[in-house]
Design a protein around this ligand. Structure first.
Ligand code: SF4
Length: 375
């Protein structure tokens, strides 16, 4: 959606000649703050309270997408979207279906425990790409518990069975913590048998409400090596991390448009009440007066175009840009990483203009080392 980012780019370019280029390809919408689960590593500070997005926000956004006339991916996330209830959720989808169905691709990240045939009808009707969150077989899924501390493996599997019965393609995101290190091959076998099309691996992060220190040692490298070997032996499931890094390893270095410095995603996230934060959805709901709670605007008052335009000059985005510039100048992994995530720099270093984090050592440096070692 270049029309939205052209102006901020020009704005920033006048401030600094060697500035990353922002792109807007997708945004996160938070249909509800609440979640029916209480996963032990969850970063959401407010997941016990149930507040819901107003359809007026989606109406304004859909109208703006029509006027911009460019494609955008909307990812429903930031609480458990299905905890919204099917009727409420359909009201949020309707403006996009009525006004800009051809321009909007929907994705949704769910803990899968509430999926049934009615939800499958909705996923099909609105062509929603479903992502399920499950960490592996029941022994590796032990951090995903409900509010009474009960295991949720069986309810999640039951939800996934509905998707399978209806032939709805789905991806999976699995969080890898201490107990999964050393079990990469077993983990991969589980997901290959489960039949998901795509697997994303998140090494547990220190973010938001989860203040546990980051796993940060060579066992993570060994995990990636084992996973890469398992995947090479049976590439039945696309692994998001391998696809992304291999694409970057193979990219045409003479093409400036493929330079990560020219591909910084401004990635707006819209809270249930219309507040918008930029760069990282994990910054939604964070209270920090130093950064004005990271809120750059509100979709009930401001256009997305205006928020993105303003975003390039707000202090925390400028700090992030300064950090990416340092990464670009200093780090041998920059070409496979692009300068890391604002949220990890904030939560780990308390400095958005910082560089290396435990997250980037795990998700960029050790991952690339493992791919290169096993290729
Ligand atoms: S690996 Fe870390 S230090 Fe290197 S570019 Fe990425 S975020 Fe920056």
């Amino acid at each position: 959606m270049d029309t939205l980012v052209r102006s901020p780019q020009a704005e920033v370019a006048s401030i600094c000649s060697e500035t990353p280029q922002f792109h807007l390809r997708s945004l996160v919408l938070q249909p509800t703050t609440s979640c029916n689960l209480n996963c032990r590593y969850c970063y959401l500070p407010d997941r016990k309270s149930a507040r819901y997005m107003s359809p007026a926000i989606c109406l304004r956004l859909a109208d703006e997408i029509v006027s911009l006339g460019e494609e955008l991916t909307v990812i429903w996330h930031g609480g458990e979207p299905l905890a919204c209830g099917i009727h409420r959720f359909e009201q949020l989808l309707e403006p996009f279906a009525d006004r800009c169905r051809a321009l909007v691709r929907h994705g949704l990240q769910t803990n899968a425990t509430l999926i049934d045939d009615k939800w499958c009808d909705l996923f099909e009707k609105h062509r929603i790409q479903v992502g399920a969150s499950i960490d592996g077989a029941s022994d590796l899924n032990h951090n995903r518990v409900d509010w009474s501390g009960r295991a949720t493996f069986e309810p999640a599997l039951r939800g996934i069975r509905f998707l399978q019965k209806r032939n709805i393609n789905y991806s999976v995101i699995a969080v890898v913590g201490e107990s999964s290190l050393g079990k990469a091959k077993e983990l991969y076998r589980f997901f290959a048998d489960l039949g998901c099309t795509r697997l994303g691996i998140n090494i547990e992060e220190q973010e938001g409400a989860n203040r546990k220190p980051v796993l940060d040692d060579e066992r993570v490298t060994a995990f990636w090596e084992d996973l890469f070997e398992a995947w090479l032996a049976n590439p039945a499931v696309t692994i998001r991390e391998f696809s992304t890094k291999i694409q970057w390893l193979l990219r045409d270095r003479s093409d400036p448009t493929s330079d990560p410095f020219n591909n910084v995603d401004i990635f707006p996230s819209v809270a249930y009440n219309g507040d918008v934060v930029l760069l990282s959805p994990e910054l939604l709901g964070v209270k920090d007066p130093r950064h004005e709670n990271f809120i750059v605007g509100n979709l009930l008052r401001d256009s997305l175009r205006a928020i993105v335009f303003k975003g390039a000059s707000v202090p925390y985005v400028r700090q992030y840009v300064a950090g990416v510039k340092k990464c670009h100048a200093q780090c041998e992994y920059f070409n496979y990483c692009g300068g890391g995530q604002a949220s990890n720099k904030y939560f780990e270093l308390d400095d958005i203009s910082g560089t290396e984090t435990g997250f980037c050592r795990n998700m960029s440096q050790r991952l690339v080392q493992a791919i290169l070692a096993k290729s």
